[in-house]
Design a protein around this ligand. Structure first.
Ligand code: FES
Length: 131
């Protein structure tokens, strides 16, 4: 196992792929430039890393955002408007200030979905490394 000096509390991936954010395809906009600028201005990257990503897969529920935390990955979709992204910024700022993950906004819950057909866990990685 290798280590990194750039450990964070979480990593947020905002999809800006073939469908998410593509207003020319009738999808809601993703305020990626604003989000990147605010993330940088608030110096959040060392605490909650932000990645503007290519297609994450489930395009039919664009716009898609994932939040990767030590316990796993949370998937959110069907995001339109700026509110989700504003609350994401507030959450990341609160987490950075506290040095630990703040509770996610309750307003995120209706956007959550299961990405995988079968639940996985860290045990899978441990089983795989034992082979
Ligand atoms: S473009 Fe966002 S999930 Fe495919």
């Amino acid at each position: 196992m290798i280590t990194t000096k750039r450990q964070t509390l979480a990593q947020v991936m905002v999809c800006l792929g073939c469908c998410c954010g593509r207003v020319d395809k009738g999808k809601p906009a993703v305020p990626s430039d604003w989000l990147k600028a605010e993330w940088k201005r608030r110096r959040l990257l060392k605490h909650v890393h932000l990645t503007i990503a290519g297609c994450l897969g489930p395009c039919e529920i664009a716009n898609v955002v994932t939040i990767v935390v030590p316990e796993g990955t949370l998937w959110f979709g069907g995001i339109s408007g700026s509110r989700f992204f504003e609350e994401l910024l507030v959450w990341a700022s609160a987490s950075a200030a506290a040095g630990r993950l703040a509770p996610l906004p309750e307003s995120f819950e209706p956007h959550r979905f299961e990405r995988y057909a079968v639940a996985t866990s860290a045990a899978v990685l441990q089983e795989g490394s034992a082979a």
